[in-house]
Design a protein around this ligand. Structure first.
Ligand code: ADP
Ligand code: MG
Length: 541
């Protein structure tokens, strides 16, 4: 029966200690205002309940009300401890007699605990609990059997009582500590979770908003990770890339080099730079420059390779263009030099022919030679002006004359390619205000495009007429391969070319020059039916 009381008391005490701790763990851990006071009061209520459960033996009742008092002193200090103790004392006085014993015992304990608390302030609750429990035992022994002469000859009774209280303290201490430890662990886990989330969101911000391709590849060359940028750059959906071999998307000419380099990286564990082409979902190839970094696992072996790739098609085009323009400028310089050198002997030849004409009288051969020489002269001087860099100066000029000169410049090439120019002009000079060389560049490029579109030869119709709104309209129509409708909007984009040796800059420059001259340029075309380019320029007053 006695053991049962013992167990009931301790169980109810454990329940009363753990319930507020568990309840509190469900709420936000905001600090409570006047925590000492409230905890002291709660401790007091626990003491009262414990007194109500007190065990009666040989006319003497005993309980474990000192267990909460010791714990509250150890964790919350003397104020809360004394509040708890006071509740206990009042309940004790109401429930049974021996008032002097109870009051003086209580006072001795409270004073003793308060003094001890101040000496053990720096220690952990564990050490405080041990010291407070020891002093409880000491004060109990001094007061109860010795001073008040209670069951002095029955040490078993006192041992039983002290054990009872100490067991309560141990149980309460274990419950509080395990809660505190769990609480700390939980806080640390939440902090870690927050940190991981923050770093993950930072990483996601980078991976999701970069135009570079980030991928992770394993030993079998299978993609184990690919950044969302793949969809934007290559056009594939995520599910199309999951667990596939990267080699599937690499240009057949680059696959072997790629495989060898990657396999070597697994052995030598060194980073490498690579260039390869990947296929876009729509079938075109995109050039990438990649940095490949091997990542070792716990065993020191390379397990993955991180590949960060950047689209370098535009850069490659720009490099090619630079190379091309460098070449063109050298060729231009050479042409200008050659033209200059040709002009001197030409003057001599012309002089001698004129002399012979003057001496021997005019004949057909002389006239023919002179007219051919005049043609050579025009062409060389044209080449000289084209090659020379010139300041932009607007002049009143005849568009008709410019068209005629340009056609003349191109006619040798046209004859070679079996192309005829068919010029139809209204009877007018078509004066406009503009920069002669720039406009000539426009005509040259459009006519050259037309000629290049007709490898089999044919006729190019050039039509110059006045428009309804005081402008002149120059229409150049070829019979060439034409441009598919869906590609028309791309004309004039820098580097857009379908020619193997094209620069894709001609029409862009034409658009710019015509815009500077306040005119407009339009392209109409159908595949295999030829192209019509229409330039409108304002007429000069
Ligand atoms: P490039 O001549 O160097 O290619 P352009 O800017 O002059 O560059 O022309 C861009 C592209 O437009 C050409 O590659 C060609 O495909 C197309 N194009 C332009 N003019 C014509 C035309 N008259 N007929 C067919 N295609 C044309
Ligand atoms: Mg061109």
């Amino acid at each position: 029966m006695f053991l049962l009381d013992y167990i009931v008391n301790l169980s109810i005490f454990s329940l009363l200690v753990s319930s507020p701790l568990v309840i509190r763990s469900f709420f936000n851990h905001k600090p409570i205002k006047h925590a000492r006071l409230w905890i002291g009061v709660y401790g007091g209520i626990v003491s009262v309940i414990l007194i109500m459960l007190s065990i009666h033996e040989q006319g003497y009742s005993y309980d474990i009300r000192y267990a909460p008092i010791i714990l509250i002193f150890a964790y919350m200090g003397p104020i809360a401890g004394i509040i708890t103790g006071s509740f206990g004392l009042i309940a004790r006085l109401i429930s049974s007699g021996h008032w002097e014993t109870a009051i003086s015992g209580w006072a001795a304990m409270m004073i003793g605990f308060t003094i001890i608390y101040y000496f053990t302030k720096r220690y952990t609750p564990f050490i405080k609990s041990i010291i407070l429990s020891s002093s409880y035992i000491l004060i109990y022994i001094i007061t109860v059997p010795i001073v008040f002469n209670v069951f002095r000859d029955n040490p078993f009774f006192h041992i039983q009582y002290i054990l009872f209280v100490i067991l309560g303290v141990i149980l309460g201490f274990l419950l509080i500590e395990s809660y505190v430890k769990l609480h700390r662990l939980n806080n640390r886990l939440s902090d870690m979770y927050r940190m991981v989330e923050a770093s993950e969101s930072k990483y996601r911000l980078i991976a999701e908003n970069t135009s570079d391709l980030i991928m992770v590849m394993d030993k079998e060359h299978t993609l184990t990770y690919f950044s969302p940028s793949h969809e934007m750059v290559l056009g594939y959906q995520n599910c199309e890339l999951e667990d596939v071999k990267l080699c599937r998307f690499i240009h057949p000419d680059d696959v072997e080099f790629f495989k060898n380099t990657i396999d070597r990286m697994f052995d030598c564990k060194e980073s490498q730079a690579l260039e390869f082409r990947l296929s876009h979902k729509q079938g075109r190839w995109i050039e990438f420059e990649s940095r490949c970094v091997p990542v070792s696992g716990d065993n020191g072996e390379v397990e993955h390779i991180v590949i960060i790739s950047r689209d370098i098609s535009e850069r490659k085009k720009a490099e090619e263009f630079l190379l091309q323009s460098e070449k063109l400028s050298i060729v231009g310089e050479l042409a200008a030099g050659v033209a200059h050198e040709i002009r001197n002997p030409l003057t001599t030849i012309k002089g001698f022919i004129q002399l012979s004409k003057w001496e021997n009288g005019a004949d057909e051969i002389n006239d023919l030679l002179l007219s051919e020489l005049a043609r050579i002269e025009t062409i060389t001087s044209e080449m000289l002006t084209l090659g020379k860099p010139q300041a932009v100066q607007l002049h009143r000029m005849s568009l008709r004359e410019l068209v005629e000169n340009t056609l003349e410049l191109l006619s040798p090439q046209a004859i070679m390619q079996n192309i005829q120019f068919n010029l139809s002009v209204e009877d007018s000079a078509f004066f406009i205000t503009g920069e002669k060389n720039q406009l000539k560049q426009v005509l040259l490029n459009i006519l050259k495009n037309a000629m290049e579109a007709m490898p089999e030869g044919g006729t190019i119709h050039i039509d110059l007429q006045k428009g309804d709104e005081g402008e002149c309209i120059l229409a150049i129509k070829d019979e060439g391969c034409g441009i598919p409708e869906e590609l028309l909007p791309r004309l004039g984009e820098p580097f857009y070319t379908l020619k193997e040796k094209g620069t894709g800059l001609g029409l862009m420059i034409c658009n710019k020059i015509i815009k500077q001259h306040h005119g407009s340029i339009t392209y109409q075309s159908k595949a295999q039916q030829g192209t019509l380019v229409e330039i409108k320029l304002p007429l000069a007053l």
